[in-house]
Design a binder for this molecule. Structure first.
Ligand code: SF4
Ligand code: SF4
Length: 358
């Protein structure tokens, strides 16, 4: 494994840009860590962390200058591989046109284990139209809503990256352990001023990641969730959660794996120009399940049940894995703080006949 300092990371960003890529990474904006274009290390949110709780997200100053010690923010990488809104075609009196394919070369810097897994899950659904160069970062500081250790998707990054970094700040300074996962990653690593990592440095980085697994704020109950959801179709808990759920759909918008879309046709006032757009949709919308004659999921209870049952149960039938990677976003950005791990625990308790007041 290799090691490099902040200058090396800056060289890496510049090398990716020189390679013709648009580099996206975390930035501090509007009191949140968002994902946007970066041109160097100076754009990264040095010294910023976040505090999260159900229905709450706040950035806070750290007592060091760490660049990647912030848990999941309001956005995920989904927006770049599965845009929130895109034009499918337009037509005028003279012809029909599709927008040119999006051939952007992207590089994602700072992808956590949970989000790396989410890109894989999402890729199985929306395809791999865009194949970014991925610089993943091991998580050494989980947030209060993280539970990727219990979903098997973090805190360390495992596969699917071009380069994997572990950030360390210690007596020797601020540096990164780096490992290439692909030939492209090796090529970019060669462009960086680096040295070979010592055995004790690798061991220390590994300890940080292992310790992060023990500090997760949440855990998904260790159960066969597919079976639990199948058994919970008539659970009373759906009515309980429906009394709190606003059916706003925030959870589906922030979820890095939710992929549902709908299409919308628009025309201008003259009627000479029409466009068809695809945009994200949510199973929490009444119209989402509209068939001829009306919606088949009119109650909040049925819509929440649909979301959870698909996410944790029938997703396995469709894609051979869970739709949840344990990022905790849906808990932080739910305006009433509904916690997916608590709802699963309550369903499990109800099935076993225990008190359901979780
Ligand atoms: S669970 Fe929360 S975020 Fe999701 S629809 Fe209900 S109120 Fe909105
Ligand atoms: S369901 Fe919630 S915790 Fe799971 S991946 Fe989606 S946003 Fe993250």
């Amino acid at each position: 494994m290799d090691a490099f300092g902040l200058d090396g990371l800056d060289e890496l960003v510049r090398a990716l840009i020189a390679d013709g890529r648009r580099v996206i990474g975390p930035r501090l904006r509007d009191n949140a860590i968002v994902l946007d274009d970066i041109t160097g290390v100076a754009d990264l949110p040095a010294g910023w962390g976040v505090d999260v709780a159900p229905g709450r997200y706040r950035v806070r100053r750290r007592d060091d200058e760490a660049l990647f010690c912030h848990s999941a923010g309001p956005q995920s990488w989904k927006q770049f591989v599965h845009p929130a809104r895109r034009k499918l075609w337009e037509t005028t009196e003279t012809g029909f046109e599709e927008p040119p394919p999006d051939n952007r070369e992207l590089a994602f810097l700072g992808v956590r284990g949970c989000d790396l897994a989410a890109l894989g899950v999402l890729g199985r659904v929306v395809g791999n139209r865009i194949r970014p160069f991925i610089v993943a970062v091991d998580c050494t500081e989980p947030g209060g809503l993280c539970f990727c250790a219990s979903t098997g998707t973090g805190p360390g990054v495992r596969q699917g990256y071009d380069l994997a970094l572990t950030e360390r700040i210690d007596d020797t300074g601020h540096w990164f352990l780096a490992e290439a996962g692909t030939g492209a990653g090796e090529r970019m690593l060669r462009m960086v001023t680096r040295r070979q990592a010592r055995f004790d440095e690798v061991a220390a980085a590994l300890r940080d990641v292992t310790a992060a697994a023990d500090r997760m704020g949440r855990a998904m109950p260790e159960l066969d969730l597919r079976e639990l959801l199948r058994d919970s179709r008539q659970a009373r808990r759906w009515n309980d959660v429906a009394e709190r759920c606003l059916t706003c759909g925030n959870c589906t918008m922030v979820c890095p794996t939710c992929f549902c879309t709908t299409t919308e046709d628009v025309t201008d006032l003259t009627g000479e120009h029409a466009e068809r757009w695809e945009h994200w949709a949510s199973c929490f919308e009444v119209d989402f399940s509209y068939l001829h004659g009306g919606s088949v999921r009119t109650s909040a209870a049925s819509r929440y049940r649909q979301w959870l049952t698909h996410k944790l149960g029938t997703w396995h039938d469709q894609f051979g894995e869970s739709g949840c990677v344990g990022c905790g976003r849906c808990i932080a950005w739910c305006p009433v703080g509904i916690d997916i791990t608590a709802e699963v625990a309550a369903l499990a308790a109800e099935r076993s006949g225990d008190d359901v007041d979780v």
